[in-house]
Design a protein around this ligand. Structure first.
Ligand code: SAM
Length: 278
């Protein structure tokens, strides 16, 4: 590929700063700058964009985002060992990279970025789903982000884009697809990472819709869906029993069959039920 920047190759960065990957930090680094450039391009980051990156590590994806023209990248990294490597990137792109040492679950991003920002991350698997659920359930909609481009374990990625009737279909699919377009844009084998994880990975791109696909109260929808899928092998009338004394009538009112199971209920059906119960 054409050289991304004048910074050293990632293997050299890792050796210079002695960044031996730590399992406890969910560290599986991408070392191929062609791959990080592809992820950055899939993310839709263009000249002038504001971007949040969680877990930059040695900075392969960070460099690709800056090379794509991001005006500002806010990178939140928990492992202090990565900071000297990231400081070299800050120096190469003056005024465009802000690094915060800390836990992404604790940082108030709004104070550092201009909305709407894009989120791009090769996520630590241990916090990936929690961060996704937080991004999908902000206090109001549209959210402060316009897209999320996130690396997940392939099975988790499949749960986000799953259609009704499939085993992977559940709470994550409903939450994600209710208010965004979600697609798998890349799959990566374990060998793409150092060290290679045990599982395949996939990049999911979610773009926020201006408004939900179907009306529903967000809190009620979350409640109904969580309860429905908590006992996914039960019929809806049993799985949702505690939600209303006359749950069978409510299900029918929402156009659902009380003897169906959660995994066949389409998004529209969950929203109708949330409205009936709201
Ligand atoms: N982005 C780099 C890459 O693609 O090579 C590293 C990805 S690695 C899978 C995950 C990164 O997230 C590591 O650098 C790890 O230290 C960092 N990390 C783990 N938990 C974190 C947390 N709670 N908040 C912020 N960063 C975290």
């Amino acid at each position: 590929m054409a050289q991304l920047d004048d910074l050293p190759p990632l293997r050299e960065v890792i050796a210079t700063h002695d960044l031996r990957a730590r399992k406890s930090m969910g560290q599986n680094f991408l070392l191929d700058l062609n791959l990080t450039a592809r992820i950055a391009r899939c993310s839709g980051v263009v000249e002038g964009a504001h971007v949040l990156e969680v877990g930059p590590g040695p900075g392969g994806l960070t460099r690709a985002l800056l090379a794509e023209g991001a005006a500002k990248v806010l990178a939140i990294e928990k492992d202090a060992r990565c900071l000297p490597a990231l400081a070299e990137i800050t120096a190469a792109y003056p005024g465009r990279l802000e690094v915060i040492e800390g836990d992404a679950l604790d940082v108030d991003v709004a104070a550092h970025l201009r909305a709407p920002w894009r989120v791009v991350a090769n996520l630590p698997y241990n916090v990936g789903t929690e961060l996704l659920v937080r991004w999908l359930t902000p206090p109001s909609w549209p959210p402060p982000w316009e897209s999320l481009t996130l690396m997940f374990q392939k099975e988790v990625a499949q749960r986000i884009v799953a259609a009704p009737g499939s085993k992977a279909y559940g709470r994550l699919a409903v939450l994600a697809q209710w208010r965004s377009d979600a697609q798998i844009v890349m799959t990566l084998p374990p060998e793409a990472f150092a060290p290679p994880p045990k599982v395949h990975s996939a990049v999911v791109h979610l773009s926020a819709l201006p408004a939900p696909r179907f009306p529903a109260d967000a809190k009620m929808l979350e409640r109904v869906v969580a309860k429905g899928f908590n006992q996914r092998r039960k019929m809806l009338r049993a799985a949702l029993k505690g939600l209303a004394p006359d749950i069978e009538d409510r299900l029918r009112e929402a156009g659902l069959s009380p003897t169906d199971r959660a995994e066949v209920v389409p998004l529209e059906g969950w929203c109708a039920l949330a409205r009936v119960l709201g």
